[in-house]
Write a protein that binds this ligand. Structure first.
Ligand code: ZNH
Length: 141
């Protein structure tokens, strides 16, 4: 589970992102769609070209959900219950796609916050993103 040290590191990093969370999640989405084109298939109705308005809008929604998750580190399943319903029943997102988005978010944050990205920070963030993916409906670890 998320230890006290994980939680403290995660909260500190998220605080650093400040009001720019949407910028980073949008970059993570761009990286995901570029590096793993199969993930695009969930968004046939959206313009996913880099910098597009729908991409930014979606990035902001994902960022806000992660901010909500950060505020409920001891109850991620509870905090994300409604989104779980969406991702399992309606969208049927596969575990691999969650893993890929998580991977790209790690790369994005490592690039923007190199000084904060110790192996311990990476491990805490990986744990967090895995728990979020689990809460949203995937079983991957
Ligand atoms: Zn998701 C949507 C979150 C992952 C796909 N999403 C969504 C939203 C949110 C989210 C918040 C919105 C909702 C409403 O509106 O109500 N996601 C999220 C998160 C995550 C995710 C947090 C992780 C981390 N997703 C994901 C993935 C995928 C997806 C991986 C695939 C690839 N989503 C999706 C879709 C949608 C969503 C498709 C819908 C969009 C539109 O707009 O239509």
């Amino acid at each position: 589970e998320l230890a006290a040290a994980d939680r403290a590191a995660l909260r500190a990093l998220w605080k650093k992102l400040s009001s720019n969370t949407g910028v980073y999640t949008t970059e993570a989405l761009e990286r995901t769609f570029a590096a793993f084109p199969a993930t695009r298939t969930y968004f046939p109705h959206l313009d996913l070209s880099p910098g597009s308005a729908p991409l930014k809008a979606h990035g902001k929604k994902v960022a806000d959900a992660l901010t909500l998750a950060m505020a409920h580190l001891d109850d991620l399943p509870g905090a994300l219950a409604a989104l779980r319903n969406l991702h399992t029943h309606t969208l049927r997102v596969d575990p691999t796609s969650f893993q890929r988005l998580g991977h790209c978010l790690l790369v994005t944050l490592a690039r923007h916050f190199p000084g904060d990205f110790s192996p311990a920070m990476q491990a805490s963030l990986h744990k967090f993103l895995s728990r979020v993916a689990e809460a949203l409906g995937s079983d991957y670890d």
